[in-house]
Design a binder for this molecule. Structure first.
Ligand code: F3S
Length: 375
């Protein structure tokens, strides 16, 4: 199916407004045609992933530097975590050559107009509104803003999000449309979940079985932090853009669940997945996948770490809570994520409370409930 293009868009595709914009439009049009989009639609914001030097290396760095003096981002463009804390990289043992290249990547993005959020929870700093069309990479954030805030974005890759940041548009398909937000799997939760890690476990189990089908949860009690944990692991184990929860998420009432395939999750399923990720003891703890909310920071402030514990949250969130956590003995880091940082390689085993982090750390990840990691 071919996509409708305005006269202006056709001129851009013909290269009349420069080669880079032409390439961005070409990529977005091809993506749209592959997925049956009818047109390109304007977006309110972009969230870029793939900005750690560890992930994109010299070729990614050189590419960003090359385009950085030729184009500007058309919409608000925020950044996912990079490979290090921009102020404390030396203190935690990141080497000079990595830091130098990481700073060059960030300078290139800033030149194009990126907002230096460096967090996977940019919605805590500036939440998108219900119905806003976005082009976000970072699957956990995509799943959260679609499900909990009612914004609309597909799971973009690093390149399609970059193209949208430059073009200011995205192809209209998938989660941008009503039919792309319908549930295809009914999940009955028969377990009483207590820890935020239990919700992460639930998301991982359902994600594994759902594939790319949007789940509708029944019998689930969850606050915003628990839904963030579900979003992260659901989108890791499956390629799911969103979920609905009866009585909780903003679009649940519109959905039809009669005739959907059913899945039941009980406490035995939750215990089983913990057993699968059981990895013994670790050398340090990482809490903050996805980056923590103000409420979570506040709760942690009342605790003490049992061992060397890194806590990660967006830099701009709450300086007073960060000070409080440091006084309690936590090492507070910003701007980074252990999965894309050389920091985690310094430990042969890192304890985490999130199934997403444990999944990506592989052999080096040890999973424990958050409550077991603090006193
Ligand atoms: Fe965020 Fe990294 Fe986890 S980007 S969601 S802390 S794997």
């Amino acid at each position: 199916m071919s996509i409708f293009l305005s006269k202006k868009e056709e001129r851009i595709l013909n290269g009349e407004e420069g080669e880079i914009l032409q390439k961005c439009y070409r990529l977005l049009v091809q993506l749209g045609e592959a997925f049956g989009a009818d047109r390109l639609i304007p977006i309110k914001s972009v969230h870029l992933s793939g900005i750690s030097y560890q992930s994109i290396g010299d070729s990614g760095l050189e590419f960003l530097e090359e385009i950085s003096h030729q184009v500007k981002f058309k919409v608000r463009t925020t950044l996912n975590p990079c490979g290090m804390d921009l102020r404390q990289w030396r203190a935690v043992g990141i080497d000079e050559s990595f830091a130098e290249k990481q700073f060059r990547i960030l300078r290139a993005l800033k030149t194009m107009g990126a907002v230096m959020t460096l967090t996977c929870t940019p919605y805590y700093l500036a939440p998108p509104k219900y119905g806003d069309h976005l082009s976000w990479a970072e699957s956990s954030a995509v799943c959260y803003v679609n499900s909990v805030l009612g914004a609309r974005t597909n799971r973009e890759g690093a390149l399609s999000a970059l193209a949208s940041a430059i073009a200011g548009v995205t192809p209209n398909f998938g989660a941008h449309k009503e039919e792309g937000r319908k549930p295809e799997l009914l999940v009955k939760v028969k377990a009483k979940l207590k820890s935020v890690s239990d919700y992460s476990a639930l998301g991982f189990i359902v994600g594994t079985q759902a594939g790319n089908r949007i789940p509708f949860f029944k019998g689930l009690k969850a606050g915003a932090e628990e839904m963030k944990a579900i979003a992260a692991s659901l989108a890791t184990a499956g390629s799911i853009p969103m979920f609905h929860v009866e009585g909780l998420t903003p679009e649940w009432k519109k959905q039809k669940i009669v005739g959907l395939e059913k899945l039941e999750i009980d406490l035995r399923d939750i215990h089983r997945i913990y057993d699968e990720f059981e990895g013994g003891e670790g050398e340090a703890v990482f809490i903050g996948c996805p980056h923590l909310s103000v409420k979570e920071l506040h709760e942690l402030c009342l605790k003490k770490p049992k061992m060397k514990t890194f806590v990660c949250a967006a830099r701009g969130l709450s300086p007073s809570l960060f000070r409080c956590l440091r006084r309690s003995g936590f090492i507070v880091l910003h701007d980074m994520c252990p999965v894309v940082s050389p920091l985690s390689k310094k430990y042969s085993k890192l304890v985490v409370d999130s199934f997403k982090a444990a999944h990506y750390l592989g052999e080096r990840g040890v999973l424990k409930k958050r409550e077991e990691l603090v006193e």
